[in-house]
Design a protein around this ligand. Structure first.
Ligand SMILES: [Ca+2]
Ligand SMILES: [Ca+2]
Length: 202
């Protein structure tokens, strides 16, 4: 005997299916560690000081984590406090410099070296958080050409970037990187404080 579902049951099943599809296709990072996933801690209380009292507080980076999915890497920047509303004056801003061919001889000098850093990388791509709008931020090549906007989300104490590897000349997921962060009026945090970070997917 054929059993007909009540409308409410059908709607519920559709909702469950939709949620499952969104989880599979959206920005799901999963919970199981994948090969190459990384976590770097950044010291608390190491932001650059300012003598001005009329400036927004410095955002103190405390951790950088990376999780690989099939075609992308999610990079989460976690801070000691709220990151603010993307686009607002006191929200987290900055630049994330990537050396995707892991060759210091190709690309530009990393910006953080202008603020006391010592990264030995050649910057091939940069994500510009100064113009992040809450859903995305521009990705530039080393010759200053805008490649695309990549997904960026501001939530609570974290900024989450989804970086499609196809946007990095189809990079295999091995890259070196360094960050300068701050607010619209100034840069106040670098990471790492010495050298650079390395992500190795394989
Ligand atoms: Ca810090
Ligand atoms: Ca390079």
């Amino acid at each position: 005997m054929r059993i007909l579902q009540k409308p409410a049951q059908s709607i519920a099943l559709i909702c469950v299916a939709a949620i499952a599809i969104f989880a599979a296709c959206g920005d799901d990072q999963g919970t199981s560690p994948r090969r190459g996933d990384f976590t770097f801690a950044d010291p608390r209380g190491d932001t650059l000081p300012t003598s001005r009292v009329d400036r927004p507080r410095a955002h103190d980076l405390v951790a950088i984590t990376g999780r690989y999915v099939v075609d992308s890497v999610f990079i989460t920047l976690r801070f000691a406090g709220p990151v603010g509303t993307a686009g607002s004056f006191d929200a987290v801003k900055g630049l994330v410099d990537f050396d995707v061919d892991e060759n210091a001889a190709t690309g530009d000098r990393p910006v953080l070296n202008m603020f006391g850093g010592s990264a030995t990388i050649g910057v091939d791509f940069t994500i510009d958080l100064f113009t992040a709008d809450g859903t995305s931020a521009p990705l530039f090549s080393d010759i200053g050409t805008g490649i695309a906007r990549v997904p960026v989300r501001y939530a609570g104490d974290s900024v989450v970037i989804r970086l499609p590897l196809t946007r990095l000349n189809g990079d295999e997921g091995n890259f070196r990187f360094a960050l300068v962060l701050g607010t619209q009026d100034r840069l106040s945090e670098i990471a790492p404080n010495a050298g650079h970070l390395s992500a190795r997917r394989r």
